[in-house]
Design a protein around this ligand. Structure first.
Ligand code: PHE
Length: 489
């Protein structure tokens, strides 16, 4: 065959055809390979609102209603609240945006997301350990979170029994002491809560709770408004509000500032990958900045309302604001015992509190479950059962620290206090610090700009300035300050 006839040969023509087809296929497939990671293997939220609800469900929980009032009470009120609010604004919101952005870009469990993104940016694979430390923090937090959620479960039944009706502050205090001094009871409630959590987690991101959260979160909000109304009738409303909002800086020290900052991370579910893993399930077209601000505002509003309910009750009944983790369980029952239809409101309140804790608990364990599914071929059910068992076991330490181990202390702290301090005040802020460094120093400007896709350039610049300089410096200064105080004590 002559060379110029080659083109006419059917074999060559077929080769040519194949080549055209192959280039076409590569284009399509290559694109879809790049696109592959645009959806997580675990599924996706059905809309922007569902993401907002789920992330708000993660953020709003025991941290707002149980923890915020008691640590505010222990740290003198107004000045503490002001530091906490400042931390939400300059540290919390920018880091939340960074976490959602990293999650959406990686589309996997935080461990694999960090590994993939570090590789993509040409950085060290060691960054995946940021995902690992988050998994550990989530496990440790859930181990005690579940015990406290168990208290709320127990209180649903106590409220229903009418036991709070007309009860005095002493009676209510006695009921609380009776509960926490019984390891068997705490164990039963802790077990029930862990089982509830694992059932939802095993059904996946979009199963079950998505629907529940949709209605129950707004209901919790409304109930808090009703309770603020009750607090206004106690005669000590102004005193309570003053305690919460009038800053007296002589009442706060470096350790208090560390606790306020740690709580900003805890309450917004930041620094451990919960928001990152939820971010990996969001659709492409969601505005990260806008949603982060909405979530932070909703979360803060719930905490402040809880404070406006609790402190008037504290002062009206001559109780101590600094009485510790039992604060809401020793104050709210007084309100339910005195207000009209108190049993109804009491049951409703504790049921909603359980739901709020439930939707937070699932996000604490999701990073670990997602990782087991991705890397070890576990089914979601198996992954949930194993994670749940380990967490349940760890929870025993917290249970005992309220009774048989209450005298065993390290640095003057019980097992529960130590776990709480280590996770909320050290692990979460440190995790947040590294997330900020990763988002603003390790990822290229182009990557973060693409992913955040902000329409107003100045907001992107502001965000980048905050995560690049303000957030890391603030976290480090607060850490060093606290160490200085602890060292000089
Ligand atoms: N933000 C939750 C709360 O306030 C607790 C939480 C912390 C959830 C960290 C997930 C991750 O109750």
């Amino acid at each position: 065959m002559r060379l110029r006839d080659l083109g006419k040969s059917p074999t060559i023509a077929r080769c040519w055809e194949f080549q055209v087809w192959y280039v076409y296929w590569l284009e399509q497939h290559g694109e879809s390979m790049a696109e592959e990671r645009r959806v997580s293997i675990h599924g996706q939220w059905s809309s922007r609102w569902i993401f907002i609800l789920a992330a708000t469900g993660s953020a709003v929980g025991l941290g707002n209603i149980w923890k915020f009032p008691y640590i505010t009470g222990e740290n003198g009120g107004g000045a503490f609240v002001l530091v906490y609010l400042a931390c939400i604004a300059v540290i919390g919101i920018p880091i939340m945006m960074a976490e959602v952005m990293i999650g959406r870009r990686g589309r996997q469990s935080p461990i694999n997301t960090m590994r993939t993104l570090a590789k993509e940016e040409g950085r060290h694979p060691l960054w995946q350990y940021l995902g690992w430390s988050g998994v550990l923090a989530g496990f440790l937090i859930l181990s005690y979170y579940s015990v406290i959620a168990g208290w709320a479960l127990a209180y649903v039944f106590r409220a229903a029994s009418g036991i709070f009706h007309g009860a005095s502050a002493d009676d209510v205090g006695g009921i609380f002491t009776e509960l926490v001094s019984s390891p068997e009871r705490l164990l039963a409630w802790h077990t029930l809560f862990m089982v509830m959590t694992m059932i939802v987690v095993s059904r996946g991101v979009r199963g079950g709770l998505e629907q529940a959260v949709r209605y129950l979160m707004p209901l919790l909000f409304i109930l808090l408004v009703v309770l603020v109304g009750y607090a206004m009738s106690t005669g000590a409303f102004l005193e309570g509000v003053k305690f919460l909002f009038a800053p007296d800086f002589s009442k706060i020290n470096a350790a208090g500032i560390l606790i306020a900052m740690g709580h900003a991370f805890f309450t917004l579910s930041l620094g451990m990958g919960a928001i990152m893993v939820y971010g990996s399930y969001i659709p492409e077209n969601v505005s990260i900045a806008q949603t982060s601000v909405i979530i932070a505002l909703a979360d803060t509003a719930v905490a402040l309302m809880a404070g406006m309910v609790i402190f008037p009750i504290v002062f009206a009944n001559g109780l101590q604001p600094g009485s510790g983790p039992g604060l809401i369980f020793q104050t709210l029952p007084l309100a339910f015992g005195q207000m009209p239809a108190g049993s109804f409101f009491g049951v409703l309140f504790f049921v909603l509190l359980v739901f709020a804790a439930w939707s937070s608990a699932i996000s604490l364990i999701e990073p670990a479950v997602a990782w087991l599914v991705e890397n070890h071929g576990f089914t979601r059910v198996a992954a949930s059962v194993w994670c749940g068992l380990a967490t349940w076991l760890m929870g025993l330490g917290t249970i005992f620290s309220f009774n048989i181990w209450s005298e065993i202390k390290l640095f003057g702290l019980t097992f529960f206090d130590l776990l709480d301090f280590l996770t909320a005040n050290i692990m979460l802020p440190a995790g947040g610090l590294f997330i900020a460094i990763f988002a603003a120093w390790i990822m290229s400007k182009k990557s973060s700009q693409d992913e955040l896709a902000m329409t107003v350039p100045i907001t992107y610049s502001l965000w980048r300035f905050l995560v690049r300089f303000v957030t890391p410096v603030a976290v480090i200064v607060v850490f060093l300050n606290a160490v200085g105080v602890i060292g000089s004590d």
